[in-house]
Design a binder for this molecule. Sequence first.
Ligand SMILES: Cc1cc2nc3c(=O)[nH]c(=O)nc-3n(C[C@H](O)[C@H](O)[C@H](O)COP(=O)(O)OP(=O)(O)OC[C@H]3O[C@@H](n4cnc5c(N)ncnc54)[C@H](O)[C@@H]3O)c2cc1C
Length: 467
Amino acid sequence: MRKNAIKNGQSHTNEPVDSMDNTKKEADVLIIGAGWAGLSAAITLVEQGKRVYLIESAKQTGGRAREVKIKNIMFDNGTHIMIGAYTETLQLIQKVCSSSTPYIEKDGLERQSLALNYKKHRHPEINLPPIPLPAPFNIIGSFLLAKGLSLKDKVCILTLGIKIKLNLIKLPADLSLYTFLKRQKQTENVIKNIWEPLCLAIMNTPIDAASSEIFLHVLKEAFFNSKKSSDLLFFKTTLSEIFPIPAEKYIKKHNGHILLGQKALSIKKQGSLYNVTTSSLQILTKHIIIATPPPAASKLLETINNQTATNSLINNLNQFHYQTICSIYLQYPQNLQHQRIMQGFLDTVSQWMFDKNIQNQPGWISIIISSNGPHLKMDNPTLIQTIIKELSLFYPHWPAPIDAFVIREKRATFTASVNINRIRPANKTTLKNIWLAGDYTNTLYPATLEGAVRSGLKCAQQILSEQ
Ligand SMILES: Cc1cc2nc3c(=O)[nH]c(=O)nc-3n(C[C@H](O)[C@H](O)[C@H](O)COP(=O)(O)OP(=O)(O)OC[C@H]3O[C@@H](n4cnc5c(N)ncnc54)[C@H](O)[C@@H]3O)c2cc1C
């Protein structure tokens, strides 16, 4: 792991990953977009000996889940966490990391049993403790022993949990999560203090717009599979170090090519192949995996000279909406003690706080705010002051922060709204040998690393199975 690189603020991501000796390339598969979806597809294809080109418009790989250099330190482009149910992502991390040195999960990730704690000003904390039992008894036990919830609250949560576990919930049509929870007789207290924060954390979508279908899918995957599937996994390195950088090395080692700073501009049919152009390159290829977010995918599909085949797909892609995630990083003295890596807050602009000590950034914390809210109307200095004031309510003994900055990712995730699953495209398109990968495709997950990885794997596996 690049501990020194983090300390010194060095990154190798600006180095060219591949030298371009000419302007014409030939590939079996061209992948457009080197986020976690594109990288996953490339790994699977190069392993099977395919001639793969992966082109990326940015100067580094990783897409939305990448490191950024700020104040000479490598931070994440917004704090990410994973859960134990991200099985495909975890396997791929294991594979690419151990291809150079033996990789042990705990070197890169801190795995903890599910436990949640929310602070609410002038109210008792809500605390769901970790319970060392197999699923679903760990979750049942956690709610039974929870502090800050009434008996009525606990009964209504557990009743819903049992119904989900026993598959007794049949949704005739997708509903907003709020409507669904009201129909399931959840108390306002439980909706506000348990389901709404979870909805924002999982789906980055307001509870009155969020798809209950997607939410239930995540609950089933996380809470009712195995005890480990609900584990929380925190990154001990930057996002780039744990996957995109080792993935680059793995792809190159298997003779794949990664070209950075290459934005795909158009796709044209040329005989039985496709010709993809960037500002300086032409790549002739049999297959194309478009692993960009929907707006870029839609623009590229518009350039293909077969409009009738792409019209309805383009129409679907243009119907996606997006949600912001705002990350406020604050630096405190290094000796400041934190009770937990992740702390929730209720009834404040701040939603979650993460201790960045774990990522070798001593003294730094990040505050995460999902979706809409008053913070979107604040400029950065006002937002930072608002957060500092809120933190002083919960931690009156903390000194003033030494430094602060804000990262606003305006299109952090697609809005996981009611019926969105109806327009999420399949990986295989109606255009021969053109594939779509990305967190927005029909993975059943909300926008997540696991959804992105699964979509990339699926494209690659289908291409390989068609040979
Ligand atoms: C702040 C933040 C916090 C998040 N937190 C979590 C979390 O805790 N857990 C979780 O699971 N998920 C989280 N997510 C979501 C997760 O980051 C995404 O779901 C995932 O990274 C999407 O990967 P992707 O490969 O589908 O798309 P992207 O990462 O968007 O990759 C697409 C790539 O395509 C490139 N591209 C676009 N157009 C072109 C073109 N014309 N030519 C060439 N390249 C192009 C882009 O530059 C980009 O690199 C978070 C996202 C953000 C922003």
